[in-house]
Ligand binder design. Structure first.
Ligand code: ADP
Ligand code: MG
Length: 256
């Protein structure tokens, strides 16, 4: 059975895209079939996985606005077992374009996924840094959410709003939505701050927090500019080791 996981947090720069790309790649390297869906107008995941955004005919925008079948949009990547539904800046117009649509606009991605999702072990959705219609489409299409939390001051700030959005989505569109896990990211082990923040997050989310903490690692920030996941960029890096561990935890939690 496939598992659809939205990587979400309305804060920008917390590691959503880095996690989406590298968790997807790690799962694929474990032999899983993975579909990465980029639903952020900035299309960082699309670029980070090595797809040229300027050469795309069809993107997730077409699935959401035109009901274009996902099978016509999905492209395979250089990583065996990993495919992507790419995005580009067109997505920025979705909110306005669908503003006149009375019903069903939150279910567009969910409906598009129905015909495809059973072909994959995992579907990972890289969400935009906003709690708008695109994020709602992602949460409505998902079985669970993975929340990256940056080990910084104010880490928990904004999470109440995110949890309220998850509750609202459960109530209105997707009663089966669960919290898959909370991931601590960008830990700087040279400071006490990161340790304190991670303790605070664990106190709040308890066993939902993954054992692995993603360290601040320069290789993780360099890899996307080469269009590479961390394993193809530098598989010996601390970042690669951490995301490999995360993938193992995700697989273990899902019993497959
Ligand atoms: P989001 O998708 O939540 O906006 P990103 O994954 O794009 O966040 O990360 C924001 C920036 O921080 C990017 O430049 C990314 O390369 C960098 N980054 C993310 N995770 C790490 C990390 N663990 N160590 C160092 N840099 C990171
Ligand atoms: Mg992002």
């Amino acid at each position: 059975m496939s598992k659809v996981i939205a990587v979400t947090n309305q804060k920008g720069g917390v590691g959503k895209t880095t996690t989406s790309v590298n968790l997807s790649a790690a799962l694929a390297y474990m032999g899983k079939k993975v579909l990465l869906i980029d639903i952020d107008p900035q299309a960082n995941a699309t670029q980070g996985i090595g797809v040229d955004r300027s050469e795309l005919d069809l993107t997730v925008y077409d699935a959401i606005t035109q009901n274009t079948p996902l099978k016509d949009i999905i492209i395979s990547t250089d990583v065996e077992g990993l495919s992507i539904v790419p995005a580009n800046i067109d997505l920025a117009g979705v909110e306005i374009e669908l503003s006149q649509v009375k019903s069903g606009r939150e279910q567009r991605l969910k409906n598009a996924l129905i015909a495809e999702k059973d072909k994959y072990d995992f579907v990972i959705i890289d969400c935009p840094p906003a709690l708008g219609l695109l994020n709602t489409n992602a949460l409505t299409a998902s079985d669970a959410v993975l929340i990256p939390v940056q080990c910084e001051y104010y880490a928990l700030e904004g999470l109440t709003q995110l949890l309220n959005t998850i509750l609202l989505t459960q109530k209105v569109f997707n009663e089966d939505l669960t919290i898959e896990g909370v991931l601590l990211t960008m830990l700087d082990s040279r400071t006490n701050l990161g340790i304190e923040v991670s303790q605070e997050v664990r106190k709040y989310f308890r066993e939902k927090v993954y054992d692995v903490v993603i360290p601040r690692n320069i290789k993780l920030s360099e890899a996307p500019s080469e269009g590479l996941n961390i394993f193809d960029y530098d598989k010996t890096s601390e970042g690669a080791k951490a995301y490999a561990k995360l993938a193992k935890e995700v697989v273990r939690r899902n019993g497959n």
